[in-house]
Design a protein around this ligand. Structure first.
Ligand code: ZN
Length: 251
Protein backbone atom coordinates (compact mmCIF):
# COMPACT_ATOMS: atom_id res chain seq x y z
CA UNK A 1 0.00 0.00 0.00
CA UNK A 2 1.36 3.41 -0.93
CA UNK A 3 1.13 6.64 0.97
CA UNK A 4 -2.31 8.14 1.61
CA UNK A 5 -2.85 11.86 2.11
CA UNK A 6 -5.19 12.82 4.96
CA UNK A 7 -6.87 16.20 4.38
CA UNK A 8 -8.07 18.19 7.38
CA UNK A 9 -9.34 21.69 8.14
CA UNK A 10 -9.98 23.67 11.29
CA UNK A 11 -12.68 26.33 11.34
CA UNK A 12 -11.31 28.97 13.71
CA UNK A 13 -13.55 31.74 12.36
CA UNK A 14 -16.09 32.40 9.63
CA UNK A 15 -16.02 36.20 9.67
CA UNK A 16 -13.91 39.14 10.87
CA UNK A 17 -14.77 42.79 11.51
CA UNK A 18 -14.16 45.20 8.63
CA UNK A 19 -11.45 46.91 10.72
CA UNK A 20 -9.49 43.66 10.74
CA UNK A 21 -9.97 43.12 7.00
CA UNK A 22 -8.70 46.61 6.28
CA UNK A 23 -5.65 46.05 8.46
CA UNK A 24 -4.65 42.81 6.69
CA UNK A 25 -5.81 43.74 3.16
CA UNK A 26 -2.46 42.83 1.64
CA UNK A 27 -3.23 39.16 2.26
CA UNK A 28 -5.99 39.17 -0.34
CA UNK A 29 -6.46 39.61 -4.06
CA UNK A 30 -7.97 43.01 -4.91
CA UNK A 31 -10.99 41.45 -6.60
CA UNK A 32 -11.74 39.28 -3.54
CA UNK A 33 -11.29 42.26 -1.25
CA UNK A 34 -13.72 44.42 -3.23
CA UNK A 35 -16.33 41.65 -3.29
CA UNK A 36 -15.97 41.32 0.48
CA UNK A 37 -16.31 45.05 1.09
CA UNK A 38 -19.43 45.08 -1.09
CA UNK A 39 -20.81 42.19 0.99
CA UNK A 40 -20.97 40.00 -2.11
CA UNK A 41 -18.80 37.34 -0.49
CA UNK A 42 -17.21 36.72 2.88
CA UNK A 43 -13.43 36.27 2.73
CA UNK A 44 -13.42 34.26 5.95
CA UNK A 45 -16.10 31.76 5.08
CA UNK A 46 -14.70 29.50 2.40
CA UNK A 47 -16.57 26.34 3.23
CA UNK A 48 -18.37 26.35 -0.14
CA UNK A 49 -15.06 26.89 -1.96
CA UNK A 50 -13.52 24.08 0.00
CA UNK A 51 -16.35 21.74 -0.98
CA UNK A 52 -16.10 22.78 -4.62
CA UNK A 53 -12.31 22.33 -4.74
CA UNK A 54 -12.38 18.91 -3.10
CA UNK A 55 -15.43 17.73 -5.00
CA UNK A 56 -13.82 18.64 -8.32
CA UNK A 57 -10.90 16.38 -7.35
CA UNK A 58 -13.22 13.62 -6.13
CA UNK A 59 -11.93 13.75 -2.56
CA UNK A 60 -13.35 14.42 0.91
CA UNK A 61 -11.72 15.75 4.08
CA UNK A 62 -12.26 16.05 7.82
CA UNK A 63 -13.41 19.43 9.10
CA UNK A 64 -13.06 20.29 12.79
CA UNK A 65 -15.69 22.78 13.98
CA UNK A 66 -15.49 24.55 17.35
CA UNK A 67 -18.49 25.31 19.49
CA UNK A 68 -17.02 28.23 21.46
CA UNK A 69 -15.05 30.37 18.97
CA UNK A 70 -18.15 31.72 17.18
CA UNK A 71 -21.85 30.82 17.41
CA UNK A 72 -22.05 27.32 15.95
CA UNK A 73 -25.62 28.00 14.82
CA UNK A 74 -24.17 30.32 12.14
CA UNK A 75 -22.70 27.34 10.32
CA UNK A 76 -25.40 24.75 10.93
CA UNK A 77 -26.39 24.65 7.26
CA UNK A 78 -22.77 24.12 6.24
CA UNK A 79 -22.33 21.33 8.76
CA UNK A 80 -25.41 19.55 7.37
CA UNK A 81 -24.40 20.01 3.73
CA UNK A 82 -20.88 18.78 4.47
CA UNK A 83 -22.11 15.76 6.33
CA UNK A 84 -24.60 14.86 3.63
CA UNK A 85 -21.86 15.23 1.03
CA UNK A 86 -19.56 12.74 2.74
CA UNK A 87 -17.25 15.09 4.60
CA UNK A 88 -16.33 14.12 8.15
CA UNK A 89 -17.20 16.54 10.94
CA UNK A 90 -14.89 16.59 13.96
CA UNK A 91 -14.85 18.75 17.07
CA UNK A 92 -12.31 21.57 17.36
CA UNK A 93 -11.83 21.54 21.12
CA UNK A 94 -10.83 24.76 22.87
CA UNK A 95 -8.71 23.84 25.89
CA UNK A 96 -9.42 26.29 28.70
CA UNK A 97 -6.83 26.86 31.44
CA UNK A 98 -9.36 26.44 34.23
CA UNK A 99 -12.18 23.88 34.52
CA UNK A 100 -10.49 22.14 31.59
CA UNK A 101 -12.22 18.77 31.78
CA UNK A 102 -15.67 20.18 32.57
CA UNK A 103 -15.48 22.60 29.65
CA UNK A 104 -14.34 19.90 27.23
CA UNK A 105 -17.30 17.76 28.26
CA UNK A 106 -19.55 20.80 27.87
CA UNK A 107 -18.20 21.58 24.40
CA UNK A 108 -18.82 18.01 23.25
CA UNK A 109 -22.32 18.02 24.71
CA UNK A 110 -23.33 21.37 23.22
CA UNK A 111 -21.80 20.56 19.86
CA UNK A 112 -23.75 17.32 19.70
CA UNK A 113 -26.93 18.99 20.94
CA UNK A 114 -26.86 21.86 18.43
CA UNK A 115 -25.54 20.07 15.34
CA UNK A 116 -26.85 16.56 15.94
CA UNK A 117 -23.38 15.29 15.01
CA UNK A 118 -21.57 12.86 17.31
CA UNK A 119 -17.96 13.53 16.41
CA UNK A 120 -15.55 10.60 16.53
CA UNK A 121 -12.47 12.79 16.37
CA UNK A 122 -11.07 15.91 17.98
CA UNK A 123 -8.34 18.43 17.35
CA UNK A 124 -7.44 21.14 19.87
CA UNK A 125 -7.34 24.81 19.00
CA UNK A 126 -3.72 26.10 19.00
CA UNK A 127 -2.76 22.40 18.95
CA UNK A 128 -2.67 22.34 22.74
CA UNK A 129 -2.28 18.72 23.80
CA UNK A 130 -3.24 17.60 27.32
CA UNK A 131 -2.63 14.00 28.21
CA UNK A 132 -5.22 14.01 31.00
CA UNK A 133 -7.93 14.55 28.39
CA UNK A 134 -7.31 11.18 26.75
CA UNK A 135 -9.61 9.21 29.14
CA UNK A 136 -12.17 12.05 28.97
CA UNK A 137 -12.29 11.78 25.18
CA UNK A 138 -12.69 8.00 25.37
CA UNK A 139 -15.52 8.38 27.85
CA UNK A 140 -17.26 10.74 25.41
CA UNK A 141 -16.97 8.21 22.59
CA UNK A 142 -14.13 9.97 20.78
CA UNK A 143 -11.88 7.44 19.04
CA UNK A 144 -9.09 9.64 17.70
CA UNK A 145 -7.25 12.91 18.25
CA UNK A 146 -5.25 14.79 15.63
CA UNK A 147 -3.40 17.47 17.58
CA UNK A 148 0.25 16.48 17.88
CA UNK A 149 2.74 17.48 15.23
CA UNK A 150 4.87 14.86 13.48
CA UNK A 151 7.96 16.65 14.79
CA UNK A 152 6.77 15.97 18.33
CA UNK A 153 5.40 12.48 17.97
CA UNK A 154 8.21 11.41 15.60
CA UNK A 155 5.71 9.50 13.50
CA UNK A 156 3.74 10.30 10.37
CA UNK A 157 1.50 7.32 11.07
CA UNK A 158 -1.20 7.00 13.73
CA UNK A 159 -0.32 5.44 17.05
CA UNK A 160 -2.12 4.55 20.28
CA UNK A 161 -2.42 6.81 23.28
CA UNK A 162 -4.05 4.49 25.77
CA UNK A 163 -7.28 3.63 23.89
CA UNK A 164 -7.21 6.72 21.73
CA UNK A 165 -5.68 6.82 18.25
CA UNK A 166 -3.43 9.83 17.65
CA UNK A 167 -3.12 10.99 14.05
CA UNK A 168 -0.15 13.38 13.87
CA UNK A 169 -0.15 16.51 11.69
CA UNK A 170 2.60 16.53 9.07
CA UNK A 171 2.11 20.07 7.72
CA UNK A 172 -0.06 23.03 8.69
CA UNK A 173 -0.72 26.18 6.67
CA UNK A 174 -0.35 28.44 9.73
CA UNK A 175 3.22 27.22 10.26
CA UNK A 176 4.21 27.68 6.63
CA UNK A 177 2.65 31.07 6.04
CA UNK A 178 2.16 32.57 9.51
CA UNK A 179 5.09 31.35 11.56
CA UNK A 180 7.72 31.10 8.79
CA UNK A 181 6.23 33.40 6.16
CA UNK A 182 7.24 31.19 3.27
CA UNK A 183 6.38 32.15 -0.27
CA UNK A 184 3.78 29.97 -1.95
CA UNK A 185 6.37 28.33 -4.21
CA UNK A 186 8.74 27.46 -1.36
CA UNK A 187 5.84 26.22 0.78
CA UNK A 188 4.67 23.88 -1.98
CA UNK A 189 8.22 22.57 -2.46
CA UNK A 190 8.51 22.06 1.28
CA UNK A 191 5.24 20.10 1.44
CA UNK A 192 6.40 17.84 -1.41
CA UNK A 193 9.76 17.31 0.30
CA UNK A 194 8.01 16.32 3.52
CA UNK A 195 5.88 13.85 1.55
CA UNK A 196 9.05 12.34 0.08
CA UNK A 197 10.48 12.05 3.60
CA UNK A 198 7.34 10.26 4.76
CA UNK A 199 7.64 7.84 1.82
CA UNK A 200 11.32 7.27 2.58
CA UNK A 201 10.58 6.17 6.15
CA UNK A 202 7.81 3.89 4.91
CA UNK A 203 4.94 5.95 6.35
CA UNK A 204 1.42 5.06 5.25
CA UNK A 205 -0.23 8.39 6.02
CA UNK A 206 0.55 12.09 5.66
CA UNK A 207 -1.85 14.50 7.38
CA UNK A 208 -2.31 18.04 6.11
CA UNK A 209 -4.06 20.87 7.96
CA UNK A 210 -5.28 23.97 6.12
CA UNK A 211 -7.56 26.40 7.95
CA UNK A 212 -10.73 27.11 5.99
CA UNK A 213 -10.53 30.87 6.60
CA UNK A 214 -7.16 31.07 4.84
CA UNK A 215 -8.27 29.63 1.49
CA UNK A 216 -8.43 33.04 -0.15
CA UNK A 217 -5.37 34.46 1.60
CA UNK A 218 -1.88 34.63 0.22
CA UNK A 219 -0.49 31.24 1.15
CA UNK A 220 -3.71 29.39 1.95
CA UNK A 221 -4.88 29.85 -1.63
CA UNK A 222 -2.34 27.24 -2.84
CA UNK A 223 -4.76 24.69 -1.40
CA UNK A 224 -6.62 24.10 -4.65
CA UNK A 225 -3.37 23.50 -6.58
CA UNK A 226 -2.14 21.24 -3.83
CA UNK A 227 -5.26 19.08 -3.69
CA UNK A 228 -5.39 18.81 -7.46
CA UNK A 229 -1.84 17.52 -7.64
CA UNK A 230 -2.05 15.28 -4.58
CA UNK A 231 -5.32 13.68 -5.70
CA UNK A 232 -3.66 12.68 -8.98
CA UNK A 233 -0.67 11.10 -7.26
CA UNK A 234 -2.04 9.63 -4.04
CA UNK A 235 -5.11 8.20 -2.44
CA UNK A 236 -6.74 11.00 -0.41
CA UNK A 237 -8.71 10.12 2.72
CA UNK A 238 -10.44 11.55 5.80
CA UNK A 239 -9.23 10.92 9.37
CA UNK A 240 -12.03 8.49 10.05
CA UNK A 241 -10.99 6.39 7.02
CA UNK A 242 -7.51 6.11 8.54
CA UNK A 243 -8.94 5.10 11.90
CA UNK A 244 -11.09 2.40 10.27
CA UNK A 245 -8.04 1.08 8.43
CA UNK A 246 -5.67 0.99 11.38
CA UNK A 247 -8.01 0.13 14.25
CA UNK A 248 -7.20 -3.22 15.67
CA UNK A 249 -3.56 -3.33 14.68
CA UNK A 250 -2.30 0.13 15.61
CA UNK A 251 0.41 -0.20 18.26
ZN1 ZN B 1 -7.94 26.38 15.85
Amino acid sequence: MGLSIVLTHDVDSVRKPISHVLRVWRRFRTVDLIKHLLHLTNLYNNIEDLMRIEDSCGVRSTIFFPVSLFPIEEVLDSVRILQRGGWEIGLHVVIEPIQTVALVRQQYDLFTFVTGVKPLGVRSHYLIFRRELVPVYRELGIVYDSTLRVEESKSFDPFSLEDLIELPIAVMDADLFGRYRLSEEVALRYIYRRIEEAKDVGAKYFTILFHQESLRMRGGRIYSRLVKELSQRFSVVRCIDVVKEVRGYVK
